[in-house]
Structures are given as C-alpha cells and as structure tokens.
Design a protein around this ligand. Structure first.
Ligand SMILES: [Mg+2]
Length: 356
C-alpha cells in the first residue's frame, strides 16, 4: 500500500510571528537574530528581506551590509513555542502519527485518515487553513508517498502553497533537480558531487551503487535510493535524533595537518548549519579520523554548556585533532559530529543562544 505523507512547513516562521504581533513590521524586511554588530547569525528573515539576498544562517553583520534599513529583532522563543503548540493541536485532529522536525516543521502520516475520502491533498489544504484560522500564519505543504519527497515538495510552492508528488511522478521530478536541493546533500558533499560530474538528480541516478560507494562510502546507498525517490523511513512520533554529523573521504590520503584542519572547518560549517536548520543545540562534539590503513579513532569533548554556538566548536577541533596520530599517519577520511542534542526551545531566550 502506498503511504500518504504530508510535510508541513511554516513560512518564514519566526519572522512571520513578529510581523503578526507587531503590525509596524508588516511589509518590511525583518531579520530575526543577533544584533547587526554582533557575531550572531540570522535565524529567520521575512520574504521582504530575502529579496535583498538575506537568508538563514548568514552572519547578521552580512545581512546588515545587504540591507541596512532591515528591522533587526531578537527572537522571542516563548511566542514561537506557543504558536507551535497551536499547530500541533491542528495536526492531532487529523492523525496521531506526527514527527516534529523543529518548532515549525513536521511530517504527518495520514495513510489511515478518512477525511475527504482519504485525499491527502485535501487534508493538507484543510490543515493549512485550520492553522491560519488558529494563529493567522501561513504554512506550506508537500504531499507524497514518503518523507524524502514530501519534504522536497513542501518547498516547491512556498509560501502559502502546496505540491503533490504522486507515485510514478518522482523520477521525472528528481531528474532535473539540482543536486544541492536533495535533502542530506550538504555543501561539502555537493561540491564533491559537482566535481564528479553529478549536477542533477538524473546524474546521480546514472551512477552505479559501486561507483557511489567508492565516492561516498556508507552514504552511497542513501544517495542511490533518493535519486530513485525511494525512502522507507517511517513517520515516527517518538523519534529523537541522537546525533548529527558529516564526513568526507579523500580521493588521495592526506598528511598535511593544515589541510585536515581546513576540511574539518568545512565539515563543521556544514553540520552547524544543519543543527541550526533543525533548531538543535549540542553539548558534545566528536571528530572521526580514519587512517590510510582503514583503522579509525574518534575524539570527543562534552561540555555542560552548549557547544554548537559561537566559536566554541571551532576552537575545539585542533585540540581534538592533536589527540590523534595524524602527524604520523596519513588520513583517508575525516568527520565531525554533534551529539547530546537538545531543541533550541529548551534553552532560555536570554541564556546560551549565542547563535542568535
Ligand atoms: Mg519553516
């Protein structure tokens, strides 16, 4: 049986809440995040701000350069949490199988829902209208037969829109899609794929599993499947992510520590961005080193304060790397991951949210 999965994603959520609650911000370029003179980053910005090239995870100082007249506001997590609770009340009316990804994003499995004769398209549009009636904020929806496709689809007609990918339509849809838009392909992987001639979903699909394994190791099967629109992961209402990381295998083993540090910095940047997108913070950082002879070691550091903010993680990487044998042994793979994760809504507004 084909599953019916809806991915709901609120539109410019934090910024939309600010514009709803402060009418003087409506129609304005709004940047929710740190002060423009701080080292913080943009958490969310309004669609008006996006026209100036501002986007999430960009340093606020850069956002200020792009649009000095933008309204820079500090996040009010209590307001976002409250809106998030209302959204979940709506979800519960349609299904119990809800997997939140962050305050403003969730997967819903509506395979067993009878409303509208089981039409997931109509259910999605009703959910969006219920959300609007409850909290006066717009949402977008993606409807498909698995999570990977539903998430891609919710981006298609944003804001305040929805898009369906039916069985049989996925391959055509994915074929021309730029590789960077595939979920799970970060910046580092994207440039590696580009270098191997993989620019679109079609290019990815043309690679054999063996070729992908040579390029991407353990992740090969995931890439092989998503290029075919295959994703069997269930929507899991009690799913809690344990860790988040990224790694890269080198075409040729490397021995230069500076080069390793540069790769680790790129990986770190990628993982920090994924954490930010999922509104997660971490207390533990781990680096993974696989030597040329395929033996591998990990080195970790755990703090009692959030570590995935500001420059903390960046400063720890050389310290952790120095605890390995990289000055004596060539390296074929490096990885960075974070664990001991917590949702950023568990951390107080004024507390350790240095990112914002
Ligand atoms: Mg969103």
């Amino acid at each position: 049986m084909n599953r019916k999965i809806i991915h709901i994603d609120m539109d410019a959520f934090f910024a939309a809440v600010e514009q709803r609650d402060f009418p003087e911000l409506r129609g304005q370029a709004v940047v929710v995040g740190g002060r423009p003179d701080s080292r913080g980053v943009v958490a969310t910005c309004s669609y008006e701000a996006r026209k100036f090239g501002i986007h999430s995870a960009m340093p606020t100082s850069r956002a200020y350069q792009l649009c000095p007249h933008a309204k820079f506001v500090s996040p009010r997590f209590s307001a976002y949490r409250q809106a998030s609770e209302e959204i979940h009340k709506v979800f519960k009316q349609y299904t119990d199988i809800v997997e939140p990804l962050s305050l403003d994003e969730a997967y819903l499995d509506v395979s067993e829902t009878d409303y509208f004769n089981g039409s997931a398209t109509l259910i999605a549009s009703e959910i969006r209208s219920d959300i609007y009636n409850a909290i006066q904020l717009t949402a977008s929806a993606g409807i498909a037969y698995n999570k990977f496709l539903a998430k891609l689809a919710s981006d298609q007609n944003k804001p305040d829109g929805q898009f369906v990918i039916r069985p049989g339509e996925a391959e055509v849809y994915l074929k021309s899609l730029p590789i960077g838009r595939f979920y799970g392909v970060g910046k580092v992987t994207e440039s590696k794929m580009q270098a191997s001639g993989i620019k679109t979903g079609g290019d990815l699909k043309n690679k054999t599993l063996v070729e992908l394994q040579r390029l991407f190791g353990n992740s090969a099967e995931y890439y092989y499947n998503i290029s075919r629109g295959i994703d069997h992961r269930p929507v899991s209402s009690n799913y809690v992510r344990k860790s988040l990381g990224s790694e890269t295998t080198f075409q040729n083993d490397i021995s230069d520590t500076d080069q390793m540090l540069k790769h680790l910095a790129d990986l770190l940047h990628e993982v920090l961005k994924s954490l930010l997108n999922r509104k997660l913070l971490a207390y533990t950082i781990t680096i993974k080193v696989k030597y040329a002879d395929f033996t591998q070691v990990t080195r970790s550091y755990t703090s009692d304060t959030v570590i995935s903010v500001d420059n903390k993680a960046r400063q720890l990487i050389p310290v952790l790397l120095a605890k390995t044998d990289v000055n004596k042994r060539p390296v074929r793979l490096l990885g960075v991951s974070f664990s001991n994760l917590t949702s950023s809504d568990n951390v107080s507004d004024s507390g350790q949210m240095l990112l914002f």
